[in-house]
Design a binder for this molecule. Structure first.
Ligand SMILES: [Fe+2]
Ligand SMILES: [Fe+2]
Length: 409
């Protein structure tokens, strides 16, 4: 049997049309339906649930209150909010407690795709407490000077989409949160949005200002001070890898969407490191010791401590947040693309090569085993002949960024 999905919808006609619409999924999902938040909690207490889909407007305990309680009682459950009111403020409030928001009316395919995306790769995290911790993350820390720059730019009369894009595009935490908000707000679009410029254009500058100044969806650096990883260097590494992946994609015939997707995937590829190093500073210190003392690869050292790697953690978080499959795949397999198996060019191929070249060029790469380029994978994808051009493209972007001594991961 598939995922166990609990649907909470109060309006009898909405509930009945939801049941009719989802009947086609009964072979793939184990669906149950209730009308009240209190009933949903009773179900949750009695039997395990993988996903809860709740309407926002419920009398008595409201839908968001219910999801907050589910987050407290069973943090590993994927939480999806739904409402006919898809105003930006409603969505952002819903995303305080829900992983994703779906505007009604939606189709069975939309729900299926949402559940698939939210559940993807969760099985790679066997540790229940790690899954619960990731499912409880509302926001990630941004780099302090970028956060301050954004707050001051958005508070100014001259705030513009270009300025917002320039600042947000440098920060993996802000980009991932922006993609979560925009993919919920524009769920009706046939494809997910993978570029911050496109996201900002769709939301409009006024919404972006309100997200930054009033709703404060981006977080300051608090809580990240104990990280044993130098986070400034991690940001630079993400930015360089993203820029290199973009330049690699430009050398292929993939169009502007593919090029921006490669940049986003490169920028976000090590977001799992940010999650692990800021939430488990002591344990991550053990990982670094393992790297130094035993010459392990970073993923092997992480698995020995967490039973999961930063690839698993990053991909799970971004999947929960509704970020596009191409980005999630690139994050999940950037050290081991052969495990994914793919044909032709992809963001994963660009990020894998950009990351490996970046690690090899890092003058401070003295601990751990740098990730080798997987030539077998590139050959299987029909991409091996492009490597010299990619090397040159990535080299240009590294020089162009003029960034020194990035982190290696
Ligand atoms: Fe990396
Ligand atoms: Fe990595």
């Amino acid at each position: 049997m598939g995922k166990r999905v609990l649907c909470v919808m109060e309006d009898p006609s909405e509930l009945s049309s939801l049941q009719t619409m989802l009947a086609s999924l009964s072979g793939e999902l184990e669906l149950s339906f209730v009308a009240k938040a209190e009933e949903a909690l009773a179900v949750l207490d009695q039997s395990p649930v993988d996903v809860i889909l709740s309407g926002i407007h419920l009398t008595g305990m409201g839908g968001l209150e219910l999801l907050a309680e589910v987050k407290r009682r069973a943090p590993h459950v994927t939480r999806i909010a739904s409402s006919g009111c898809a105003h930006r403020v409603t969505i952002v409030s819903a995303l305080e407690v829900a992983h994703q928001f779906i505007p009604t009316p939606f189709t069975a395919e939309v729900l299926k795709a949402t559940i698939a995306r939210a559940s993807a790769l969760g099985t790679r995290l066997t540790d229940e407490s790690l899954r619960s911790l990731i499912a409880g993350i509302r926001t990630l820390p941004s780099l302090p000077h970028l956060y301050q720059e954004l707050v001051s730019a958005m508070g100014s009369a001259t705030a513009s989409a270009d300025i917002a894009n320039r600042i947000i595009s440098q920060d993996m935490a802000m980009v991932s949160k922006l993609l979560q908000v925009v993919n919920s707000a524009f769920f009706g679009l046939r494809r997910t949005i993978s570029s911050p410029a496109h996201a900002i254009a769709l939301l409009g500058i006024d919404s972006v200002k309100s997200l930054v100044l009033s709703v404060q969806v981006f977080a300051q650096f608090e809580g990240a001070k104990r990280s044993p990883l130098p986070l400034e260097a991690l940001w630079k590494h993400g930015l360089i890898t993203g820029t290199s992946a973009r330049d690699i994609a430009k050398s292929q015939d993939v169009g502007s969407i593919g090029v921006e997707g490669a940049f986003m995937a490169g920028l976000l590829h090590d977001i799992g490191l940010l999650v692990l190093a800021t939430n488990f500073p002591d344990e991550y210190g053990d990982v670094l010791t393992g790297l130094r003392d035993h010459r392990l690869s970073v993923c092997d050292a992480e698995r020995s401590v967490f039973k999961a790697s930063h690839e698993d953690v990053g991909a799970y978080l971004l999947g929960l947040w509704g970020v596009s499959d191409a980005i999630v795949e690139a994050v999940a397999f950037h050290h081991h693309p052969g495990e994914r198996g793919q044909e032709g060019f992809s963001s994963l191929a660009a990020v894998h090569v950009a990351n490996s070249l970046e690690e090899a060029s890092d003058p401070l790469a003295t601990s751990g085993i740098p990730t080798p380029i997987d030539h077998e994978y590139l050959t299987a994808c029909g991409l091996a002949g492009h490597l010299p051009v990619w090397h040159k493209a990535a080299g240009h972007s590294i020089v162009g960024e003029s960034v020194a001594a990035p982190a290696k991961a």
